[in-house]
Design a protein around this ligand. Structure first.
Ligand SMILES: Cc1ncc(COP(=O)(O)O)c(C=O)c1O
Length: 451
């Protein structure tokens, strides 16, 4: 490793960072992380922090997951790459396919299509949805519906179904045929409705209305995160996703669950769909599938969808999607080891317990700090604080103040993530009770620093 002077001098000079303004990265260089262990990361100055970001919602098992590391190194020695495009495969993807089928059986998902990450998974799922209807002879079903505030990655199709202007405006025009309905976000919504159950019904009514307006026979799929993540951790009322499922069924629209962050235990259940008792038609996964140690993803496909493709004799069911790194043998080896470890540690139960503990802690912070306008969470280890400069008027906090909260929380030993007016928590699922308390204490110090 280069010495710290070199790293600091060249930090953000000749690379552009995702989701950041290049000039801002140069003016305020990013923290240089050089080590990870357990749920901790260490920066170039030797500051050791609890990583309440969990990498980027992906390091569910922490930074010391030896079985995944060993699987990667052993696979690099044995077969570092081979493609699984038509005509060839590798041993790992076959084994992983059987493991994924078992893991997702309760969700009714029995086939996997491998990708190299979350945006790719979303892209493939959306494309498969259109193709499914074409194979069935309903080629007019080409549109997509999604939620405002939803996040589905940054490929152009994904950005088109994204529900946040930050990821859209500078890249317009986006794909035609994508339409959005209000998110079940009680703190801010166009209905001015704070009751979660009533709001869920209003959003479902908006979905029905949009389907009637577009014509059901023109719509391929509805895509949603079971718990909205990057948009500010928005858990809908328990009636919402079942309601979406029922509406989609009634109109012949496929339901895509975007579980890039919720699959593999984060919500306190093995999948976010299962958390709400819903079986989707397609599910996107990535991130924690390899504990973040290797870029990899899988789109999971329901039996009913798979049958349409597998029974097709017209040729239309041939898959015209795929990436050089789809089914990468090293990624698949990492995923096999990761899935085994995820199940062995039964991390979903700890995620549920720590999620409740964190949410209770956040509600104490809200009682204490006027700057906290809203807290969201309570469904596994995903939570957010929305900061305001005026609680009554719900005025979003300015960038400088939330930046100061972030810095003071960092100095108190915890890395959190700032997204707009939100502080987002998505720590590893192996977090201990004491570490969850430490996150709340550091946030208490961070919020207190700007009082
Ligand atoms: C729900 C959801 N979908 C898709 C993506 C995109 O995944 P990736 O960044 O791996 O492309 C993300 C990333 O955070 C996500 O949270």
């Amino acid at each position: 490793m280069k010495d710290s002077n070199f790293l600091k001098e060249h930090n953000a000079r000749h690379i552009w960072h995702p989701m950041a303004h290049p000039a801002d990265s140069q003016a305020n260089p990013p923290d240089i992380i050089v080590e990870g262990e357990g749920v901790h990361v260490t920066d170039v100055d030797g500051n050791r922090l609890i990583d309440a970001v969990g990498g980027l919602w992906n390091v569910n098992l922490g930074y010391s997951c030896q079985p995944v590391k060993d699987a990667i190194t052993a696979q690099l020695d044995r077969l570092p790459y081979y493609s699984i495009f038509r005509g060839t495969t590798n041993d790992n993807v076959i084994e992983l396919g059987e493991m994924l089928r078992d893991f997702f059986a309760e969700d009714g998902l029995t086939r996997a299509f491998y990708t190299s990450g979350g945006s790719d998974s979303v892209e493939v799922a959306l494309r498969l949805a259109r193709q499914y209807h074409k194979v069935r002879g309903e080629g007019g079903r080409v549109k997509y519906l999604s939620l405002k505030k939803g996040y589905h990655g940054t490929h152009t199709l994904a950005a088109s179904v994204n529900g946040n202007a930050n990821f859209r405006t500078q890249y317009e025009p986006l794909m035609p045929g994508c339409f959005h309905i209000p998110a079940p976000y009680t703190y801010r919504n166009p209905f001015n409705e704070t009751d979660p159950a009533k709001l869920a019904q209003l959003c479902l009514a908006a979905l029905e209305d949009e389907i009637a307006f577009q014509g059901a026979e023109t719509i391929a799929a509805f895509i949603m995160e079971p718990i909205l993540g990057a948009g500010g951790v928005i858990p809908p009322h328990e009636s919402f996703m079942p309601g979406v499922r029922e509406i989609c069924d009634r109109h012949g629209i496929l339901l895509i669950a975007d579980e890039v962050i919720t699959a593999f235990g984060r919500s306190g259940d093995w999948t976010g769909s299962r958390h709400w008792g819903v079986k989707p038609d397609l599910m996107t996964t990535a991130k924690a599938i390899t504990n973040g140690y290797f870029p990899f993803g899988a789109v999971m496909i329901a039996d009913t969808v798979a049958e349409v493709f597998e029974q097709d004799r017209s040729g239309r069911g041939s898959i015209g999607s795929g990436y050089t790194y789809s089914g990468h043998p090293v990624g698949a080896a990492a995923a096999i080891a990761c899935l085994r470890e995820t199940e062995r540690l039964n991390v979903k139960d700890n995620a549920a317990a720590r999620g409740t503990q964190l949410f209770d802690g956040l509600s104490r912070l809200m009682d204490k700090h006027e700057i906290v306008g809203d807290i969201r969470g309570g469904h596994g280890v995903m939570a957010a604080l929305e900061l305001v400069s005026d609680r009554g008027a719900k005025t979003p906090i300015d960038k400088k103040t939330i930046g100061a909260v972030h810095r003071a929380t960092f100095e108190a030993g915890v890395m959190v993530r700032v997204s707009g007016p939100n502080i987002i928590l998505s720590p590893p699922l192996i977090l201990s009770e004491a570490e969850a308390d430490a996150i709340i204490d550091a946030l208490d110090a961070g919020l207190g620093s700007v009082a």
